[in-house]
Write a protein that binds this ligand. Structure first.
Ligand SMILES: *Cc1c(COP(=O)(O)O)cnc(C)c1O
Length: 343
């Protein structure tokens, strides 16, 4: 069966231009700094992020973990929003590997209030761990792809400056945020000390993420990458596709966003189905099926039988993600399939 796959934007396949770039890539041993394609990607990525330096990492998870390791010392505390990816979906790596403890805060639309962040920064006291880092996420995955505007990030940045704390952005989908806000991505990343973003996902590269920050920070990050086993040899194979991702794939995210909005509007018309339309910013659509009376897992299996792949978000909602592999006609088909099932 031909499936419409809306489980995630991680299912995107490399575009033909990436495949030819991979074939033509000039390669070398990147651990020796000899892979010119990796070096090209890293300087392009640093420039786009408005940072001094950047580092290619195999995954976003490794990029975030390296960032936490490079910003903190073991035993410190990291401030995070309670539904963020680093805390929920990275296997507790910051506890196990970076040896820091998480201080989680409840956010509204993915962001804790500035007052909550400020009051969770530890005072000096013989009993307390030291706060070592603040992390934020943009767009926020669990909040449904919400884009956080730079004005909000600046508030946190100003606080972090005043307290002498670094601020890390999990920007797996920061290009989606910039696209929605209609600003340059550097207008977001100028208010953080480091940023991780994914070349895979919406940008369609097969493998790879980028960590960016100061030269000094990336120097330390490079060593942690080696420690974690992420020092890859002829990594230009990956970087070649990453360069195409950066050069050619960021502007088209708009199409994913308008498809997401179309999906949200059409699904919202179905009996018992509800979507908070004002929360649809980018390519993630959380749809509530509670009023249909359906068990969510059962609904997801029925959708699969009819050729639509999605993942449950929780016991009442399903997450749909748009990406380059989902066209407008697929959106309409997904709505039709859903309508047929719940009718
Ligand atoms: C996907 C994702 C990551 C991790 O990326 P992987 O490459 O899958 O390890 C980190 N943060 C957020 C918000 C993500 O959506």
């Amino acid at each position: 069966m031909e499936y419409i796959d809306m489980r995630s934007d991680t299912v995107t396949l490399p575009v033909p231009e990436m495949m030819s770039a991979i074939l033509d890539a000039k390669l070398g041993d990147d651990v020796y700094g000899d892979d010119v394609t990796v070096n090209d990607l890293e300087s392009k990525a640093a420039a786009k992020m408005g940072k001094e330096a950047a580092l290619l990492v195999p995954t976003g998870t490794m990029g975030n973990l390296i960032a936490v390791m490079a910003h903190t010392t073991p035993g410190q505390e990291v401030i995070l929003e309670e539904n963020c990816h680093i805390y929920l979906y990275e296997v507790g790596g910051i506890a196990r590997v970076a040896a820091v403890q998480a201080k989680t805060l409840r956010g509204v639309n993915g962001l804790p209030t500035i007052n909550d962040i400020e009051s969770s920064i530890r005072q000096e006291n013989i009993h307390f761990p030291e706060t070592g880092l603040i992390c934020i996420e943009n767009t926020h995955n669990m909040a449904g792809g919400i884009a956080i505007p730079p004005s909000k990030i600046k508030e946190i940045y100003d606080l972090s400056r005043a307290k002498g704390l670094p601020l890390h952005l999990d920007g797996a989908r920061v290009f989606n945020a910039a696209n929605y806000l209609n600003i340059d991505v550097a207008d977001i990343t100028c208010y953080v000390d480091s940023v991780m973003f994914c070349l895979s996902k919406g940008l369609s590269a097969p493998v790879g993420s980028i960590l960016a920050g100061t030269k000094e920070f990336i120097g330390r990050a490079r060593k942690y990458r080696k420690m974690l086993g992420g020092g890859m040899r002829q990594a230009g194979i990956i970087a070649a596709a990453g360069i195409v991702a950066l050069d050619k794939m960021t502007d088209r995210l708009e199409e994913d966003h308008s498809n997401a909005m179309l999906l949200a509007i059409e699904m919202n018309k179905l009996q018992g189905v509800s979507v908070e339309l004002d929360k649809i910013h980018t390519n993630i659509v959380n749809i509530d099926f509670y009023e249909t009376g359906y068990d969510i897992n059962q609904l997801v299996s029925k959708m699969k039988e009819k050729g639509l792949l999605v993942n449950p978000r929780n016991e009442r909602a399903i997450r749909f993600v748009t990406h380059i592999g989902v066209k407008r006609k697929d959106i309409l088909k997904a709505v039709e399939i859903t309508g047929d099932i719940i009718a």
